[in-house]
Design a protein around this ligand. Structure first.
Ligand code: PBG
Length: 333
């Protein structure tokens, strides 16, 4: 691009901003409902809608309510939901065994959703932290998350989810080599259409705490995740992570968290041109909602501005707890 193309007063940048219609005409990016992925939390029981304290407006729903819970999102055209299970302490163990139960919350919800809303994509999170009593994403050996042992479990978990109806498996564990191993495991079972959305550049972030409350991991987590999730100081390293995941068979890649990491999104999209997503994580949602509750921010404006920024940075879509609200807002015009 050659700049500048003109100079004042011949050129007045404010001309195109003068009226709503010109602003719409020259807009470089747009947010549509098909950009939104809605993360949904699941819990045991029947008829349950348990609020998540640190995420105002977000609930965990029991599986009998999941079809109804997603109905409006489906009607509005939200393309996909991402499922996360709340697992209380007494159901957790060191190996995260529940992850391999074909009747766990995620598998049951996937079956219910595919029956009720076959046109809505179902995304399943592949990692053990929502099932382990130590809160780590894999299997601990001498205090270290063992890479290969974890991958072996993740492969079985991904196959189980896919067989239950999950359309996109989303490994969020950050083990090395897991995308290739999961792709092979799926293909061996003939699950060649199951897509992989890799949490390719996932950072060891302080912005995940409300999520950890929502899934019951907050009190469980021993230590931190810095031996597998990325250092927030790094950017070139994200490109290597993404390159490896693409080579191993990822269909889509994700950067996480979202807003503080839009430079990474932009580099990834520019360097690779693959479908690129970002996760506007729980802490980002909590920050906005906390300010909204105090009357310090206007919810709709903050939400819609944050979401268009993801598009401007180069995202094809965003995982956001605002998905339903934003879809309603887009429909209202
Ligand atoms: C599980 C997982 C996490 C999130 C998504 N998948 C938590 C973590 O890695 O500790 C965070 C999402 C959010 O904060 O909204 N591996």
């Amino acid at each position: 691009m050659i700049l500048p193309l003109g100079s004042f007063p011949t050129t007045r940048m404010r001309r195109n901003r003068r009226d709503a219609w010109t602003r719409a005409l020259v807009a470089e990016n747009a947010l549509t409902v098909s950009d939104l992925i809605w993360p949904v939390f699941l819990c045991d029981g029947r008829g349950q809608r348990m609020p998540v304290e640190s995420m105002p407006g977000v609930v965990r729903v029991s599986v009998d309510l999941i079809a109804e819970h997603v109905a409006e999102a489906a009607a509005l055209g939200i393309p996909a939901v991402a499922l996360f299970p709340y697992t209380p302490k007494e159901q957790r163990d060191a190996e995260g065994s529940r992850a391999l139960d074909p009747d766990n919350l995620v598998c049951r919800a996937a079956r219910a959703l595919k029956a009720a809303h076959p046109g809505v994509g179902v995304i399943g999170d592949v990692a053990l932290d929502t099932y382990t009593d130590h809160g780590h994403d894999g299997v601990l050996r001498d205090g270290y998350v063992d890479n290969e042992e974890t991958i072996a479990v993740l492969c079985r978990m991904a196959v189980l989810m896919a067989e239950a109806g999950v359309d996109i498996v989303a490994p969020s564990d950050m083990m090395d080599g897991r995308i290739g191993a999961i792709r092979r495991a799926l293909d061996e079972r003939g699950l060649i259409h199951t897509r992989i959305m890799s949490y390719a550049a996932k950072y060891a972030s302080g912005f995940y705490s409300p999520f950890r409350e929502a899934v019951g991991s907050l009190s469980a987590l021993v230590g931190d995740k810095k031996t597998y999730q990325m250092d927030p100081a790094n950017s070139d390293e994200a490109l290597r992570e993404v390159a490896l995941d693409i080579a191993e068979g990822a269909d889509m890649v994700m950067v996480k968290p979202g807003l503080p990491y839009l430079d990474i999104v932009h580099r990834v999209r520019t360097a690779f041109g693959v479908p690129t997503f970002a996760y506007q994580v729980s802490g980002e949602y909590a920050m906005i909602m906390a300010a909204v509750e105090r009357g310090w921010l206007d919810k709709d404006r903050a939400m819609m501005e944050a979401l268009i920024c993801f598009k401007r940075a180069g995202c094809q879509g965003v995982l956001t707890y605002f998905a339903l609200d934003a879809a309603r807002r887009l429909k209202a015009g």
